[in-house]
Design a protein around this ligand. Sequence first.
Ligand code: SAM
Ligand code: SF4
Length: 334
Amino acid sequence: MDTPLIDPFARAITYLRVSVTDRCDFRCVYCMSENMTFLPKKELLTLEELDRLCSNFIRLGVEKLRITGGEPLVRRGIMSFFDAMSRHLDSGALKELTVTTNGSQLAKYADDLFAAGVRRINVSLDTLDDDKFAAITRWGRLPQVQRGIDAAQRAGLRVKINTVALSGFNEDELFTLQSWCAERDMDLTFIEVMPMGDIGNEDRITQYWSLKDLRQRLEERFTVTDLAERTGGPARYIRLEETGQKIGLITPLSHNFCESCNRVRITCTGQIYTCLGQEGHSDLRAPLRASDDDSHLQTAIRHAIGLKPKGHDFDYSRQTASGQVSRHMSHTGG
Ligand code: SAM
Ligand code: SF4
């Protein structure tokens, strides 16, 4: 391996999240507006370019690769990319290949993902009510996602459910979601809604449900223990002693997790964002396309990592969504 990637604050970069498309078959209200304009195809990295980029990051010490979007599983030919990445699992350089998905295509692809070496996946799901699901995703249908989750578990994939905590929307489903995950032996993580992108008429402050409040509600029914486990990202974990269940809480707005940040994100156009909450980014597509020589690309990667900021600026404390970043979560991939 070449000299590993270390940022100016001595954080080793071992985790890469790559968005492979900005498109999606859903239009979740906190993520997209109903009428999205998507990028022309020539702007997107090809699957071959994605392979070259990811392979170089792996050479520089990335051990965990998460594929996201948009909806990654709607990108045409994406399974060939997963298949290609499995060579890095076989060599031992890559420890984990994983995906974050809305679940709509899982019935089709669960077996192929497992065959490519994927063992754990995140499925985003905010409600177990058919009508509410249709409302929050605008275009999604819950039974299709449930069939996808069934297929994933049958294929041997470990499923974690990601739920965005939304005030007045899924507060009443806290225990339904928790017991559903316990019954199906799935981990569950709640995410606070983040101020990202123009999403039309939705008001983010009214969408915001603090996980502090969510945790207090869990404490009314369960003995809640904090776990020391950290993953270098914004998630903290608690255990419900009565069920033994581990629950993740992602609170990027109310806690500072930046000191242990080990990750960078790449958009589907090859822009590298070294902090989810900052606008600062560098272009890796130009060096990718300018030359077949990987040393140029690696120089560009190192330069970008050298600009990784210390932390983010999200702040809801003044009752306005300050520190808002203008790009959509579907652009950087969440
Ligand atoms: N389409 C895939 C999915 O939904 O899982 C992958 C991309 S999606 C952008 C990744 C994650 O970001 C999802 O769990 C989604 O719920 C979350 N997300 C999107 N917009 C968000 C926002 N404004 N605040 C917090 N989480 C958000
Ligand atoms: Fe699509 Fe995921 Fe965004 Fe929902 S959260 S619109 S499924 S990219």
